[in-house]
Design a protein around this ligand. Structure first.
Ligand SMILES: [Zn+2]
Length: 80
């Protein structure tokens, strides 16, 4: 696992931050219920592009209720 170096600083509105947390929680619930490996980074920050995958431009709430296996922003797979 690559170490997170905060090169990219993204700022989100309080509303978007709430949506990000809701999606993170949805993905965590999915992991707990399905017993699948955790592919997506727990803090939601992509190892490759260092952007927040659960932001509005990224994973949707519906997608966060299924297994997230790649970054929607740089299209890299978390499974490698
Ligand atoms: Zn990425």
């Amino acid at each position: 696992m690559r170490r997170y170096r905060p090169k990219v600083v993204e700022t989100f509105s309080p509303e978007e931050r709430l949506r990000i947390e809701a999606k993170k929680a949805a993905q965590k619930t999915f992991w707990e219920q399905s017993g699948t490996p955790h592919f997506a980074p727990e803090n939601g920050v992509c190892d490759y592009c260092e952007r927040q995958i659960y932001q509005d431009l990224g994973v949707s709430l519906n997608d966060a209720k299924k297994l997230v296996t790649g970054c929607p922003l740089c299209h890299r797979s978390f499974c490698d």
